[in-house]
Design a protein around this ligand. Sequence first.
Ligand code: UDX
Length: 432
Amino acid sequence: MKLCMIGTGYVGLVSGVCFADLGNDVICVDKDLKKIDSLKKGNIPIYEPGLTELVIKNFKNKRLKFSNNLKKSIKDSDIIFVCVGTPTKKGGSSADLSQIYQVAKEISLSINKFKIIVTKSTVPVTTGDEIEKILLKRNNKNKFAVISNPEFLREGEAIRDFTYPDRIVVGANDKKSNRIMNTLYTPLISKGAQYINTSRKAAELIKYASNAFLATKITFINEIANLCEKTGIDVEDISIGMGLDKRIGGRFLRAGPAYGGSCFPKDTKAITSTADKFKTDLSVIKSVIKSNKNRSNLLLGRVFKILKNKIRNKRITFLGVTFKANTDDMRDSSSLSMIPALVKKGAKIKYYDPTGFKKEFSKTKNVSYIDNIKDSVKGSDLVIIHTEWNDFKSINFRNLVKGKKFIIYDMRNIYSPSKIINQGFKYYCIGK
Ligand code: UDX
């Protein structure tokens, strides 16, 4: 099939290249000329394992194209995927849909034959109705269908998640576009993916409800971890004990720092804001947002306690600063609030991250990037394992430092406390 992905951000690029790999002709469009030029040269703007290879492969075999000519790309395609950003509105909590509506206006000018317009971007319930209204201003009803097909890709696992999805959700109000979408996804369905067809509005809400539920699950175990710390219980026993109940499931029950990333913080806010608009109080999700916001302060409080409230001139190392492993994404990472707060108290911060220097800290005084683990921990008073990169999972701390030993605060529960303590280090973790 001939597909057009509008927006070559995370969602558009990953989905586009994966669709091309399944044998479709895909044009990825972006108004950012520089980005398009560099994509054509095989330079990928995001860090995602396996993505570069897949882009180069499909670009070479000509199934994947890059363009900044939106009109032509729309005219040449049968299915148009809208993959532009829906960030939180400045100073508010609802989703900013200006890019979506702008794209809808542009699509409305280029409909030359029947098109399926798919929102892959995460959009609040009823956005599809609004897009339809925009398209109807210039086009006949039988010339297009607007459907919702949310993505559930995790950063760092995106290609795997695309290829082996738990489910494919298509919110289509008409049979014809549902049939076409089902055909598009047949290679994944035949490998076992569940395909469900819902109303357009239901698909829009499934995405938000799923992310809000996962955020709730993480926040729940984070709060249980707080209780475990007070009562001398290992939160990992609780996660296993709860997770074995099939109704609960063991995934997303790892206690750690506040959840972050490009989706959970933004989507939990947006769903509560949508519900407020419809005069419905999503009080559980509101509590999750509050609890998660408080989590970084809570962990910081623990850092102060570990350092006996003497933070001035303490040398603190962060191992990992991204919101999770296998991504270079810093959006809403808890390190963004923790590091400046420690600096404010007089700490001197060094950080190492496998994805390198972060511009987010370039203007923060007393924060320096070190390009290897060994030098980053040298001379430290406290080492905080902030992100669960594989690189940090089998460090032999005893061999790494000669002489003075630092304290370790393992915010991802990577290590077994007794092993680290036996090496002569003071060790703290989460929920134990
Ligand atoms: C998420 C959803 O999983 C994905 O389906 C959606 O499309 C986009 O948002 P992503 O933001 O890439 O994906 O990351 P995810 O792996 O879900 O982790 C989100 C946050 O939760 C991270 O900060 C992570 O560290 C945290 N997390 C996750 C935990 O603290 N504990 C867990 O058990 C799982």
